[in-house]
Design a protein around this ligand. Structure first.
Ligand code: ADP
Length: 496
């Protein structure tokens, strides 16, 4: 209490005029006073800093020294307002420095009265807006220089700023969009606004931006366009705004639609083809069996009873029929891969390879083959199909052997996401040019007389591996041997 009284006492002693002048001299803003006939009568330190003139230079000078020629009318209006006892505010205008350069300022002018109450002039406060202007310009540049359409939207949903890309997306001139509700081009905006922040408008600065959404936009000509919208909260000196960033995704949508249609069409025609191959091979089996068995019968009954040529013809028919039976059977086996949808299970490939080797024991012994095997992993897959895969690759290694006794190695390496298997042999090898051809159905590199087979084994292997989400390829040195590689992903389709 004691102290407060002392302060009051202190204030009584203070000369108000000297307090005022101390304040006026210490503030950064430029403060000046002028008479009604535009003569400068007061000039503080801030004004000196702002314009480069000293008080001595300026007192008694016309205020118009500071006014660029294009803005004289503005100053006249300020003076007229003063005479009427009114204040004037210009948040954004320009004045001249002593060196002739322009300085962006905001100014606020209010009338000064004499002791009798008549208006004798005006006091002006001016603030240097250079930094503000620069920041604003930078913002405008960033706002403008973007391939995305941008809108600065106020809390009432009205567009305060639009960039050229927005002009292109929606077909409106920038100026025509200002002060329009964003709803005009984005009908869903009010709903978004309501869903997001019912009380405070769409977004507030401490909230995260709205993740991208695909919506419809409406162009000036009334057509709808698919767009992707992102909303960001922006806090500025003049309040909180929402920045709406918009990308026209018409092309992307068209491409995606086309891709979806093509994929669907491809799946359809693939399924149709598979169905065709299955039905054809399945239904051909029966009549073919009949042809083969009756020509066999014909052969048994008539061999040696007819002339030599007829015997030969019958042999040809029987051979051809049997070959055709083989092909039809292979085709059926091929079209069956993936048809019987067995659920994937955990398959112990080490055990599986042992079983396959047991099946091939006769050939292994007959050829004197040496088998080498490393540790093999468990994978997830269709056991019946995977067994066919190992069977085909290992028996090919034995079949396409060179003069030397065959040596076959079966190994696997496990990486983070897949197991890579390798079946290696020291056989005749494959020329690099056939890298694709050997995986095609019924494609072989040799005469049937040299190595028996129909050329279905690798086509089956490829289909099985790909159905399991893996890849198959080989590396070979012609005449030295071949390594067949295939991968099986550790987590496979159908397995969670
Ligand atoms: P097939 O064994 O019935 O001929 P495949 O589809 O299994 O059919 O193989 C296609 C062709 O690829 C074979 O005819 C052969 O020329 C070549 N081939 C496959 N495996 C090997 C191998 N391990 N070494 C050399 N050539 C091979």
């Amino acid at each position: 209490m004691q102290r407060w009284r002392a302060d009051e006492h202190w204030m009584e002693q203070v000369d108000r005029a000297s307090l005022l002048s101390a304040v006026l001299e210490s503030i950064e803003d430029g403060v000046l006073a002028k008479t009604l006939n535009a003569r400068i009568s007061f000039w503080n330190h801030g004004a000196e800093q702002l314009f480069g003139y000293t008080a001595t230079e300026m007192i008694g000078q016309s205020i118009f020294i500071l006014v660029p020629s294009g803005r004289h009318a503005e100053e006249e209006r300020i003076l007229a307002n003063l005479r009427d006892g009114k204040r004037t505010e210009h948040p954004e205008t320009v004045r001249l420095r002593k060196d002739g350069t322009e300085v962006p300022v905001s100014l606020f002018v209010s009338p000064i009265k004499s002791a009798e109450g008549t208006i004798v002039g005006g006091a002006t406060i001016m603030r240097d807006m250079t930094a503000h202007r620069l920041a604003e310009e930078r913002f405008r540049l960033v706002f403008e220089a973007s391939p995305s359409g941008k809108f600065l939207v106020a809390h009432d949903g009205k567009i305060k700023l639009a960039n050229s890309a927005a002009e292109i997306v929606f077909g409106y001139a920038k100026l025509d969009m200002l002060e329009q509700p964003l709803e005009v081009v984005l009908p869903a905006y009010p709903q978004l606004q309501r869903d997001h922040e019912p009380e405070q408008g769409l977004l507030v600065p401490d909230k995260a931006p709205m993740i991208a959404r695909e919506l419809w936009g409406v162009r000036k000509d009334g057509t709808r366009i698919p767009i992707e919208l992102r909303l960001f909260p922006i806090a500025t000196e003049s309040g909180e705004f929402t920045l709406a960033v918009i990308v026209d995704i018409t092309e992307r949508k068209l491409a995606a639609d086309l891709l979806a249609r093509q994929t669907h069409e491809l799946e359809r025609s693939n399924a149709e083809l598979e169905q065709f191959a299955y039905v054809a091979s399945h239904d051909l089996q029966e009549p073919l069996r009949m042809v083969v068995s009756y020509t066999e019968l014909l052969k048994q009954r008539n061999m040696g009873r007819l002339d030599e040529k007829s015997d030969k013809f019958i042999r040809y028919i029987v051979d051809g029929g049997k070959r055709m039976q083989g092909l039809v059977n292979d085709l059926l086996r091929y079209s069956r891969v993936g048809r019987e949808s067995r659920a994937f299970e955990t398959v112990d490939t080490a055990r599986m390879v042992s079983e396959v080797l047991l099946d091939l024991d006769g050939t292994i012994k007959a050829t004197g083959a040496e088998i080498d095997r490393g540790p093999l992993p468990r994978v997830a897959g269709d056991a019946v199909e995977l067994r066919q895969l190992f069977q085909n690759l290992i028996s090919n290694g034995l079949k396409f052997r060179a003069e030397r006794p065959p040596r076959i190695a079966i190994n696997a390496e496990c990486a983070a996401s897949e197991s890579r298997f390798c079946v290696e042999d020291n056989g005749i090898g494959i020329e690099a040019q056939y890298s694709q051809r050997i995986f095609q159905m019924f494609q072989r590199l040799h005469e049937r007389e040299a190595y028996e087979g129909n050329g279905i084994g690798l086509a089956l292997a490829k289909k099985i591996v790909e159905r399991h989400g893996g890849r198959i390829w080989f590396e070979s040195q012609y005449g030295q041997g071949t390594k067949f590689f295939f991968t099986l992903p550790l987590v496979m389709k159908g397995i969670e």
